[in-house]
Design a protein around this ligand. Structure first.
Ligand code: PEP
Ligand code: MN
Length: 357
């Protein structure tokens, strides 16, 4: 579906667009204290969850409607625009009643087309920015589907929030970034505002700035970060929240790189480097083609001598050696594994063809 988006606020939306505030509204004091501190910084939208989707019951599930009154007060006292998460039609009606400036659809809601449609229907005819988080599973079409549902309700000020994808087991991130997914989305819809929720990607404080920087380097349009006056005491997501002061330092430390440049010398240098990459890529492909030729030779040889295709010990040897050599060239074990798997599959396909002829 063809879609054209508008910037969230104003024709020339400033970059980066910053959304900050606590994971959850806990009390009027906590909300106002955070908002007053953030109003002295470059913040475009103040966030606070009042209906919290929690993994297990008996966790804090949000203060509900009373939090909307606190957010209204934030706006009156600080001038900050406000946003909260909506997961059903009634949340939308309540949020609008209290003058919320933007709503966001959470990752657990984006996965569910019924819920997204219900929200979209409730938003029909309302001109309010809608921020759509990625679904917890890495499914780009599901994410696009949610955008389309909201778009069909007449909303044009849409942004997406990349909050990473759910993982099982121990990983560096709470939610794995899989950057290629939001990059693909931005590539398909260049005028779509793409924001990085570094808090939910990281799940911890020490790598928040690293991930924020990476998102800016990838040409993201902004950040959503969870801020709490006393993070260790937060009622939800305590490990990932930071104080307003820490957030100021984080933003101050970010490097905003120019996306495009008109400087001809820089363009010429860049083009030179790109040509080198293109050249290396074409050599790599040629080499891979040659590899497949040898693979076919082996296939024919195996067929003539009646040996099976798969030789597990030989394969283990190849993997171990490649991981070791790859490490010497600065290539990660993860990359080598993916690369070898793809090469291996292609080789088997080539040999299969021979076996079946
Ligand atoms: C949140 O923003 O606090 C939240 C619940 O996020 P997500 O939907 O990304 O898990
Ligand atoms: Mn949170």
């Amino acid at each position: 579906m063809e879609m054209e988006f508008k910037p969230l606020y104003g024709e020339t939306q400033k970059r980066p667009f910053i959304i900050a505030g606590p994971c959850s509204a806990e009390s009027e004091e906590q909300i106002l204290e955070t908002a007053h501190a953030l109003s002295k910084q470059d913040v475009d939208l103040f966030r606070a969850g009042i209906w919290k989707p929690r993994t297990r019951p008996n966790s804090f599930e949000g203060v509900g409607v009373i939090g909307l009154k606190w957010l209204k007060k934030v706006k009156e006292e600080t001038g900050l625009k406000t946003t909260t998460e909506v997961a059903k039609a009634n949340h939308v009606y309540e949020a609008l009643k209290y003058g919320i400036d933007a709503v966001w659809i959470g990752a657990r809601t984006t996965v569910n087309p019924f819920a997204v449609q219900e929200i979209a229907d409730a938003l029909e005819g309302i001109d309010i920015p809608v921020l759509i988080k990625n679904p917890i599973n890495p499914d780009l079409n599901l994410w696009i589907g949610a955008i389309e549902r909201v778009y069909k309700a007449g909303i044009r000020r849409i942004a997406v929030i990349h909050r990473g994808f759910s993982a099982y087991g121990e990983t560096k991130f709470r939610n794995i970034p899989r950057w290629q997914i939001p990059i693909e989305l931005k590539w398909r819809y260049p005028d779509l505002t793409v924001i990085c929720d570094n808090s939910h990607i990281c799940g911890r404080r020490d790598i928040l700035s690293e991930v924020a920087q990476e998102s800016l380097d990838l040409n993201f349009d902004g950040l959503m970060t969870e801020i709490h006056p006393n993070p260790d005491k937060a009622w939800s997501d305590a490990k990932q929240q930071i104080t307003p002061d820490a957030f100021r330092d984080l933003v101050a430390g970010l490097k905003f790189r120019k996306v495009r440049t008109d400087d001809v010398a820089i363009i010429a240098n860049l083009n030179g480097m790109r040509e080198r990459i293109d050249h290396i890529d074409s050599e790599l492909l040629q080499l891979l083609g040659q590899r497949m030729e040898v693979v076919q030779e082996i296939g024919t040889y195996k067929k003539d001598n009646d040996i099976s295709i798969l030789q597990p010990t030989r394969w283990d040897e190849i993997v171990n050696r490649a991981v070791e050599r790859g490490a010497q060239s600065g290539l990660s074990r993860e990359f080598i594994n993916i690369y070898l798997k793809a090469v291996h599959q292609e080789s088997i396909n080539h040999q299969d063809k021979i076996m079946n002829t």
